[in-house]
Structure formats: structure tokens, C-alpha cells
Design a protein around this ligand. Structure first.
Ligand code: PSV
Ligand code: MN
Length: 432
């Protein structure tokens, strides 16, 4: 597959470029009136990059059905091409977050070379001890690292260590461990015992990490376990990180919170603890819905980025969480959805860069509730379309990456080039 057709579609017409510059000049003037510098905001927004999950490039599915479209990638090699496509259009997606075993390559070194030739690298790798794989000796039906059976626990540790080894060959520097472990009924397992067994297993994984690696634990309150989940909230995740050591961090998946949880507060707490490791961006109405980030609760996404930008300012350049997308699209073209998601994330970051932080601190010191809130809303309500387009333009991306994707005819081209496409990767845990 050629990326040239995308690059060609990304090049703006003279009229589009002229309109863009007029919009940009207008925004510069609006920002100047607020004492903000457009160029600063462009530069800081450009720092944002996000990894694309290998499992999100094919149509997902629910436990009721799956409706794949033509031209989806048939294997992990073609998935790299699709990530390269997202990066070509957005200039902000240069890494892949690989799932093992869903997208485990036969030859990780060859996959790394393939990715590098496409201008890509690898972010955190993801283990899977929530499904049984063909030929697997012991079942995870009653848990993995928390299992009452030592042989199951040992198998899970061995798998996660294997994922680290795969990641080392790929050039990753982190592993994300999400566990489905938990119970459906009171009494099914010892609540304390299960947690201690998970900690013990993660200690064995942690000892296996290369010195420059980080371990992310990802919490989730429920599903597939409905009575108790072992790593159910950020507090449990933090306990694990603190018990494991400096290179263990907490990963916040935006879909892994009970309704009405103040996620930006969770972010703030983990920043204070020095343990915010990474993100899985998505959006949700009910739970782990895997929807496009910012599609349902854009203000929440902005408030999360507001904390991140604030933390970056206070902590300095060492504050560098791993940003990843974790979505599974059933209705949208998966590639188009990824491009749209990166755009939403860049916009949220840009808005957060426009918060007049000194003014906000002043309003907070004076207990001026209305003006403090207005200060945030002023940034949130700013039309940052031109700003984000400019960030992309300077990185060789498209002014409007979704429109460029459509104009490129990529999907129709892929449908021919990838005859017999399957692309199945994501099996929702509930369907097991
Ligand atoms: C679990 O719901 C999760 O969010 C974890 O991040 C997994 O790695 C991902 O989905 C794919 O199952
Ligand atoms: Mn996740």
C-alpha cells in the first residue's frame, strides 16, 4: 500500500491554504487580546503524540455481532500500514501499542524493521491473560495472576514476561497489564488473598523488566467481573505501583470509571503521587464503551488535558505519560475513526494550552468561583481548528485529516489490494 496517495490528498489547495492562514491570523489576534501567543500554543500542542492500538484497526464488535468493512488490514503487517496512514494525515501518531497474542508477529525483529521503514516505533505492549488461547495448558476462567491455582499464576507470569521479551525486540519501553481478574459472587475468592497474589505475580514480572522499562497497571471497576475486580480503581493500582517500585506506574483508561467519577481528579492524584504512567483515551456513556475520545464528553476530555498541561508546567519535561488510544469501532471505518480521534485529542490539548494559568491562579486565590470557571470555559470554547490544522501542516499532515482520508480513496484502494480482508482482532471480554 502506498502512502503517497494520502500525502497527495493531505496537500491543501491554494484556496484552502489561503483560508487556513486567514483563520490562523484571526485566532492569533483573539489570543493576543488575551495575552496569549499563538506560536507558543502551536509549539506546545506539537509536543503531543499518541500511540495507535494494534487492535483498533479492524472493526471491533459486540457480543451480538461484528460487521467488518472492505479493505481492513488482514494481519499485523498491514496494520502497520494503517498506523502509518494515521500518522501521515495527523503527524501525531508515530507509534503502535501492540497486543500479544492478538497481533503477535512470528518475527518481531522483522516487524520492527517493517514499522521503521514506515517511520513508526512501538509504545507499550499489552499482555492478555483474560482469554484462553488455543493450546493453552491452564484456563484463566477463574483468574490469572490472582488464581487460587499456582500453575495458572505461573503461566500468567510467563506470558507477561514473554510479552516483555517481544517488546524488547520491537523497541518498546513499557508493558501495560490489564487484568480481568475478579469474582462474580460474594465468597468466590478471598478479596485480600486475590490482591496479594496479583502483587506477587507482578513482582515476578517487574523483576524481569529491563532497567529502562516501565510497568503500567490499568485498573477497571467491573466487567468481566461483576461482584469484585482485583485491580478495580486507581487506589488499588497505586498500591501496586508503590509496592512494586519506581518503574511501576498507573495507567488511566478513560472508560474504566464508575459513572460520575471525576477522572481529572484521579489524574491529579496520580500526578501528586508521581505515578501517572499512561493513558488509554476513549469515551463512553455507560462504561467501557470504547467510543471515540471526546465524542460524548468533550469538556471532560478538556479537563483531563488541563490537568496534564498543568502538571507538565509544574513538573517539567520529565512529566511524559505514555499516551495511547484504546477504542474499538463497530460502526465507523476504524481508520477514519483513529484519524478523527487523534484530531479530537490534539484539539483538547490545544485548548488546554490556552488556559490563562496565572489568571486562573489569581481567581483561585481570591475564591472567585465564577471567573475561575470562566477562565477554563474561555479556553474550552475557543475554536482551535486552525491552531490544530497548523500543528499538522508543519508536520506534513493534513489541514482536515478526515476529509483528506476520504478524498484519498484509501479505503477503496485497500479493498482491492487486500482482497479477503478479515482484520478481526478485538473480542470484547464479555463475549468469552
Ligand atoms: C480492557 O477493557 C482494556 O481497556 C485493556 O486496556 C485492554 O488491553 C484493552 O481493553 C483491550 O482488551
Ligand atoms: Mn484500556
Amino acid at each position: 500500500m502506498t502512502l503517497d496517495r494520502l500525502r497527495a490528498a493531505a496537500r491543501p489547495t491554494a484556496d484552502a491554504e489561503a483560508a487556513h492562514h486567514r483563520d490562523l491570523d484571526h485566532l492569533a489576534e483573539v489570543l493576543q487580546r488575551r495575552g496569549l501567543d499563538l506560536e507558543d500554543a502551536v509549539r506546545r500542542t506539537s509536543e503531543f503524540e499518541v500511540a495507535i492500538p494494534s487492535w483498533a484497526l479492524g472493526t471491533g464488535g459486540t457480543r451480538f455481532g461484528r460487521f467488518p468493512g472492505p479493505g481492513e488490514p488482514r494481519d499485523v503487517w498491514e496494520k502497520m500500514e494503517d498506523v502509518a496512514a494515521v500518522h501521515a494525515l495527523t503527524g501525531a501518531a508515530p507509534r503502535v501499542s501492540l497486543h500479544v497474542p492478538w497481533d503477535e508477529p512470528d518475527d518481531p525483529a522483522a516487524l520492527r524493521r517493517h514499522a521503521e521503514a514506515l517511520g513508526l516505533g512501538f509504545d507499550a505492549v499489552n499482555s492478555n491473560t483474560f482469554q484462553d488461547q488455543p493450546g493453552q495448558r491452564h484456563s484463566y476462567k477463574f483468574g490469572s495472576l490472582s488464581s487460587a491455582d499456582a500453575a495458572v499464576r505461573a503461566q500468567a507470569v510467563e506470558h507477561i514476561r514473554h510479552v516483555v521479551d517481544v517488546g524488547v525486540t520491537l523497541g518498546s519501553k513499557a508493558i501495560t497489564v490489564w487484568l480481568a481478574d475478579g469474582t462474580n459472587y460474594p465468597g468466590q475468592a478471598s478479596l485480600r488473598g486475590a490482591f496479594e497474589r496479583v502483587l506477587d505475580g507482578l513482582r515476578q514480572v517487574y523483576r524481569h523488566l529491563p532497567p529502562d522499562w516501565t510497568l503500567f497497571t490499568e485498573h477497571k471497576p467491573y466487567e468481566p467481573a461483576f461482584y469484585s475486580t482485583v485491580v478495580q480503581d486507581w487506589g488499588s493500582s497505586l498500591m501496586l505501583a508503590q509496592a512494586l517500585g519506581e518503574r511501576a506506574r498507573c495507567l488511566v483508561d478513560l472508560g474504566h470509571h464508575l459513572p460520575n467519577t471525576n477522572i481529572e481528579l484521579v489524574v491529579a492524584r496520580l500526578v501528586t503521587a508521581g505515578r501517572l504512567g499512561g493513558f488509554h483515551f476513549n469515551d463512553s456513556k455507560y462504561g467501557d464503551d470504547d467510543l471515540t475520545a471526546g465524542s460524548i464528553k468533550p469538556y471532560q476530555l478538556f479537563l483531563v488535558f488541563n490537568e496534564l498541561v498543568d502538571a507538565r508546567r509544574d513538573v517539567g519535561p520529565s512529566f511524559a505519560p505514555a499516551y495511547m488510544i484504546d477504542q474499538s469501532h463497530n460502526l465507523k471505518d476504524p481508520l477514519e475513526a483513529m484519524v478523527q480521534t487523534v484530531d479530537h485529542l490534539q484539539a483538547a490539548r490545544a485548548r488546554a494550552e490556552l488556559v490563562r494559568r496565572d489568571a486562573l491562579e489569581g481567581y483561585q486565590a481570591a475564591n472567585d468561583v465564577v471567573y475561575a470557571e470562566r477562565c477554563l470555559r474561555e479556553a474550552f470554547e475557543t475554536d482551535v481548528t486552525a491552531l490544530v490544522a497548523e500543528v499538522r501542516r508543519r508536520r506534513g499532515g493534513a489541514l482536515d485529516p478526515v476529509a483528506a482520508f476520504r478524498a484519498s480513496g484509501w479505503r477503496a484502494f485497500a479493498a482491492t489490494a487486500r482482497a479477503g480482508a478479515g482484520g478481526a482482532t478485538y473480542v470484547p471480554p464479555q463475549s468469552l
